[in-house]
Design a protein around this ligand. Structure first.
Ligand code: RIB
Length: 308
């Protein structure tokens, strides 16, 4: 029983600013924090902290930042033997600004992530076919993501696609046609459906459009308002958890990790979305992306007591 994560690894540089800059503006910061990031890496590390050892397929450069990422992941107990070191590309980085409210702006330099090829995944095809859940995002080339989905569907895996960042709509339609579970946040949902899911009624309307594109399960992440789900005729909204938020950068990734771990553990869709909401919410109480991923015992406490 495995969870496979195929996706990006970045080295994140995050600076706190009073206000996010507007175009052409320069703002200053008192300091910055570095750490593991990239949507794939964040999801993989969060899965690990929730007690499941995922297979993580990703690419880094043959450079200092790549080595540091590999060391950090290994120290967390994440198996790094499926990380591929690219010959001629730098490790991906993300330049992040976070304001006083926890809102952020991110510039990603994809680097080695954008060199992932079908040939890379061909080498891992047995793992990709044999897994139970496959977590994907869109910070690697679409041909690679498409290929990962193909292998997953040749086997028995449930494909969970985080449509982040949203690609061209024609590409998105192709990917969604073969996706089992799609998990957009509100802005991704708006980009995919034209509907801004601000409440249950609008989320339901958007979910109908997303179902028409292929996924049997649609989960819309609504930030502190929680999440809406629609799966095999069952729909519902799970309320968000009230926590002291300092940084939301890794929240969406931690949500998806929580979802996969809970479904992998046999939880119902409602319980799995609640577990995912708790995982995402807790990640916002710490600084960093992958670094902020919560541990299983803290998620269970939040679920039980409603307090972090
Ligand atoms: O989803 C958050 C992630 O987006 C950050 O860790 C950053 O690396 C970017 O990929």
């Amino acid at each position: 029983m495995t969870i496979v994560v195929v996706g990006s690894s970045n080295f994140d540089f995050a600076a706190r600013v009073a206000k996010l800059p507007t175009p052409g503006q320069t703002v200053s910061s008192q300091g910055y924090k570095t750490g593991p990031g990239g949507k794939g890496c964040n999801q993989a590390l969060a899965v690990r902290r929730l007690g499941v050892s995922p297979v993580f397929v990703s690419k880094v450069g043959d450079d200092m930042l790549g080595n540091q990422l590999i060391e950090t992941l290994a120290a967390e107990g994440l198996e790094t033997n499926h990380l591929i070191v690219a010959d001629e590309a730098q490790t991906g980085i993300a330049l992040i600004s976070i304001d006083e409210t926890g809102e952020n702006m991110i510039t990603v330099v994809g680097g080695a992530n954008m060199t992932m090829t079908r040939a890379d995944l061909h080498e891992k095809q047995d793992l990709l076919r044999d897994c139970d859940y496959m977590l994907l995002q869109l910070e690697c080339p679409v041909v690679a993501i498409d290929c990962a989905i193909k292998y997953a569907r040749e086997g028995t895996a449930t494909v969970i696609l985080d449509p982040a960042p949203v690609a061209d709509l024609i590409v998105m339609r192709d990917l969604l046609a073969h996706t089992h579970i799609v998990t957009p946040n509100q802005s991704e949902c708006l980009a995919l459906t034209g509907i801004d899911p601000v409440d249950e009624a609008t989320a339901r309307a958007a979910s109908i459009k997303l179902h028409e594109m292929g996924p049997k399960t649609v989960i819309i992440k609504m930030g502190c308002a929680g999440a809406f789900y629609s799966s095999n005729g069952q729909t519902g909204i799970v309320a968000g958890f009230a926590v002291d938020t300092v940084d939301t950068v890794g929240a969406g990734d931690c949500f998806n990790a929580g979802l996969a771990v809970a479904l992998h553990g046999g939880q119902s869709i409602n319980d799995a979305v609640r577990f995912a909401c708790a995982t995402g919410a807790l990640s916002t109480t710490n600084n960093g992306a992958a670094d902020a991923a919560p541990r299983l015992e803290d998620v269970l406490t939040l679920l039980e007591t409603g307090a972090a």
